[in-house]
Design a protein around this ligand. Structure first.
Ligand code: C2E
Ligand code: MG
Ligand code: MG
Length: 328
């Protein structure tokens, strides 16, 4: 009832304001014996309500507590992972659909903690919350630039793509970090692509906009990751001088059989062409998907069909093999 009541628009002067409400509920005595303990449980339940979409409510449960404890553990282990050299960067090849050549690679972080591989999908959100992402992101950027410079020295001119968290844009001095990584590695700016998400370009974060403009001035490329899953405010595409749209895997999966997926991907590719943007399809897993993307005029693809994320050495071998077959 409270959520429904709060969903009613409120008139403020000439404007109508919409609000949303999330509620966490804790019950005495099961969820806490003191006011402070009850509030803490209710708070945890409220965050969970927010995560599962705004405008809902959740009761505190024992599992929530277990999750919170796990998160805390991850948090403290993350703070030592860089120092203990537990991270590695893997590289996933990107291919031109028209020429079939390997034209780029995306740097993807891997965390091996005491023999257990922890997925970035699990730990990046925690690193964003505790701020560790700034140091981790800096490390990945430097590793990736160095690897790309080594490949170029061997004659392989590929673009290296690095994922950048909104937290890095907001809290770190990214232009300084990027200039530093380029200078130390000797990599030319136009061989570096930074992947950002649509959410960063939403709203009017003037600081973020300024940082992106400065990064573009340095000469790097800008790609929108997971395109189509965010708010897709199309006006930003031209405003930020974006170079590439990475079409999210959720639209690519089954593009050959699902008419709706095919229509969305087709429209994105067409829009990219009109705006002069490169389009890359993510997560291509099957030959029919590749063929459908080729027919739709997509520029590049990345996915398990043509190559999983791999170590620097493995990608070096792949590049050498490609160069050898080209010279035959
Ligand atoms: P992303 O940037 O969209 O990366 C693509 C993800 O899709 C990677 O997962 C990749 O391994 C996976 N993938 C590639 N091809 C296929 C395919 O054919 N099928 C399927 N099912 N999956 C495929 P990964 O490596 O687990 O990374 C997950 C996410 O974590 C990334 O999504 C990115 O958002 C984030 N991430 C990874 N490394 C970094 C990093 O260094 N910094 C930041 N800020 N985020 C990172
Ligand atoms: Mg990415
Ligand atoms: Mg993606």
């Amino acid at each position: 009832k409270i959520i429904e009541a709060m969903a009613e628009p409120i008139d403020v002067g000439e404007r109508t304001v919409h609000t949303s409400f999330s509620i966490g509920i804790a019950l005495f005595p099961d969820d806490g014996h003191t006011p402070a303990a009850l509030l803490k449980s209710a708070d945890m339940a409220m965050y969970h309500a927010k995560e599962s979409g705004r405008g809902s409510y959740r009761f505190f449960t024992h599992e929530l507590n277990v999750q919170a404890v796990e998160r805390l553990e991850l948090d403290s282990r993350l703070r030592e992972a860089l120092h203990n050299r537990e991270f590695a960067v893997h590289y996933q090849p990107q291919w031109s659909l028209q020429s079939g050549e390997l034209t780029g690679a995306e740097a993807l972080i891997r965390w091996n903690h005491r023999g257990e591989a922890i997925s970035p999908a699990r730990f990046i959100p925690v690193a964003e919350e505790n701020g560790e992402i700034v140091a981790i992101g800096h490390w990945v950027l430097n590793e990736a630039c160095r690897a790309a410079a080594r490949w170029r020295a061997m004659g392989h001119e590929l673009t290296i793509a690095v994922n950048v968290s909104p937290i890095q844009i907001r809290r770190d001095d990214m232009p300084k970090r990027v200039r530093g990584a380029l200078a130390v590695s000797g990599l030319p700016a136009n061989a570096l692509e930074l992947e950002i998400t649509e959410s960063l370009l939403m709203g009017d974060d003037s600081h973020a906009f300024g940082v992106l403009a400065t990064l573009k001035e340095i000469g790097i490329k800008l790609a929108i990751d997971d395109f189509g899953t965010g708010y897709s405010n199309l006006a930003y595409l031209k405003r930020f001088d974006v170079d590439r749209l990475k079409i999210d895997q959720s639209f690519v999966r089954g593009i050959d059989t699902r008419p709706d997926a095919g229509a969305i991907v087709g429209a994105v590719i067409e829009m990219g062409k009109r705006l002069g943007l490169n389009t890359l399809a993510e997560g291509v897993e099957s030959e029919p998907e590749r063929a459908a993307l080729h027919a739709a005029g997509c520029d590049d693809i990345q996915g398990y069909l043509l190559g999983r994320p791999m170590t620097e050495e493995a990608l070096t071998q792949l590049l050498e093999k490609q160069a050898a077959s080209r010279n035959k």
